[in-house]
Ligand binder design. Structure first.
Ligand SMILES: Cc1cc2nc3c(=O)[nH]c(=O)nc-3n(C[C@H](O)[C@H](O)[C@H](O)COP(=O)(O)OP(=O)(O)OC[C@H]3O[C@@H](n4cnc5c(N)ncnc54)[C@H](O)[C@@H]3O)c2cc1C
Length: 406
């Protein structure tokens, strides 16, 4: 396939949602292009080192674990289990989660895309402009300083930032005010840590960090530090939630983004230095591996034909036109002091309607993942990677139906 002239569907943004959308579109028979500005696919799950897949499983933890959404989410989850040697997900309180490895996710995404003859991937390519034409869409993209125009009949926005709406008509999207936006976080990977990292270890390590902050040895931002083991021995991920200027936080402001990234690096490396000196399990720990970028939990999302609400999810609402199921509780992180959960009323999934992936007045434009049409509270559930894969797959299928005139 010539990726420059014969494209039917462009999927912009190669994170969990975009990967699933592109695979679904290509497998559905549409000539598909997947655009990604980074040099690897997987989005937050690779570049920000987010290391657990949430939303893959049925929410009833009194029952044995079961996959929630058939298709690409299950396919990726099953393959991750094989590659990481896990036979079952972890039960964490009231939820099942699957530990995933960012490097293996990037490799798997490459392999899945390479297997599709109808799919071309353009990486290192940023989408910067959008025009609607008589036959579909024209996208301005830039690869290493060179601009070009790409055309397609259908477009799936999986950038996580509602980029299409922000480029064409900001009224198609919504952004929560800075003070309530879910906080960004900085994840780094620590290698060579000894010991067993159970709840008692976490409590003791947390106590050491708390005292060091109180004594002015560690920065205040280290308060949000949390450790979670990778599926591979000796590797642990450190996540630090950041206030990022609290009410002043704007994820689209490059100066604030740079400050937040600097703060993340500073706190990760000061924790490493402190723990290496003070904690026996960290004595042989090399400097942490830093992410390509900090994790951004919330920016802008589309306003589609239906806006999914927190009450819909809590009430386990189902829809006639539902295309995916949500099962992860609403994990609200409006500050760096840890999440507030709102669980569904019953331990059953809720539906996500097709109307959350499109706007009637803009035929041929679809959105999924973090871009999905949901209110701030519902986003706290549907933004997890398992659910993003499910909405991404559905958006890819809708795009195929659109170009094939169904
Ligand atoms: C700190 C943190 C912890 C989290 N913890 C978990 C967890 O434990 N489990 C879980 O399942 N989820 C977790 N999440 C949520 C989850 O990682 C994201 O919500 C999810 O990855 C969103 O998927 P997505 O495909 O919509 O967007 P993303 O993963 O953000 O992917 C969007 C992609 O689009 C690309 N892109 C954006 N703009 C452009 C452009 N203009 N041109 C070209 N490419 C572009 C980006 O580079 C990116 O690759 C966490 C998130 C954060 C930030």
């Amino acid at each position: 396939m010539s990726w420059e002239t014969e494209v039917e569907v462009i999927v912009a943004g190669g994170g969990s949602a975009g990967l699933a959308a592109a695979l679904a579109s290509a497998r559905g028979g549409a000539r598909t292009l997947l655009l990604e500005r980074q040099t690897k696919l997987g989005g937050m799950g690779t570049c920000a080192l987010v290391h657990t897949f949430c939303g893959l499983f049925h929410p009833d933890v009194t029952q044995p674990w079961a996959w929630l959404n058939p298709g690409i989410a299950t396919e990726v989850g099953q393959e991750m289990m094989i590659r990481t040697g896990q036979e079952a997900p972890d039960l964490m309180g009231k939820v099942y989660v699957l530990r995933q490895h960012p490097s293996l996710y990037a490799q798997m995404a490459d392999e899945l895309c390479r297997a599709e003859s109808m799919l071309a991937v353009l990486s290192g390519t940023e989408w910067t402009g959008l025009k609607q034409t008589a036959s579909g869409w024209e996208l301005e993209v830039i690869t290493r300083g060179a601009a070009r125009t790409l055309s397609s009949k259908a477009l799936v926005d999986t950038t996580g930032d509602a980029t299409g709406a922000r480029l064409m008509n900001p009224q198609w999207c919504e952004q929560t005010e800075g003070a309530r936006l879910y906080r960004p976080a900085y994840i780094s990977a620590f290698h060579g840590i000894a010991g067993v990292h159970d709840d008692a270890w976490r409590l003791q390590t947390g106590g050491m960090i708390f005292r060091a902050i109180r004594d002015g040895v560690l920065p205040q931002a280290a308060m949000g530090a949390a450790f979670r083991d990778s599926p591979f021995a000796g590797e642990t991920f450190l996540t630090v939630d950041l206030e990022a200027g609290q009410g002043d936080w704007d994820p689209f402001d490059p100066v604030k983004r740079a400050r937040m990234e600097q703060e993340g690096r500073e706190v990760a490396l000061s924790l490493w230095k402190f723990l290496r000196a003070q904690h026996p399990d960290f004595q042989h720990c090399a400097p942490p591996l830093l992410p390509t970028k900090a994790g951004i939990r919330e920016t802008a999302r589309y306003v589609g034909d239906y806006v999914l609400t927190g009450d819909d999810l809590a009430g386990n609402r189902r829809f006639e036109d539902e295309i995916a199921l949500a099962g992860w509780p609403m994990e609200k992180r409006e500050n760096a002091r840890g999440p507030k959960f709102r669980y569904f009323d019953e331990a059953k999934p809720a539906g996500i309607p097709a109307r959350c992936l499109q706007r009637r007045e803009v035929p041929g434009l679809f959105f999924a993942g973090r871009c999905v049409s949901a209110d701030h509270e519902a986003l706290a559930s549907v933004r997890v990677m398992g659910t993003c894969m499910a909405t991404g797959q559905a958006a890819g299928k809708l795009a195929v139906d659109f170009v094939q005139g169904r």
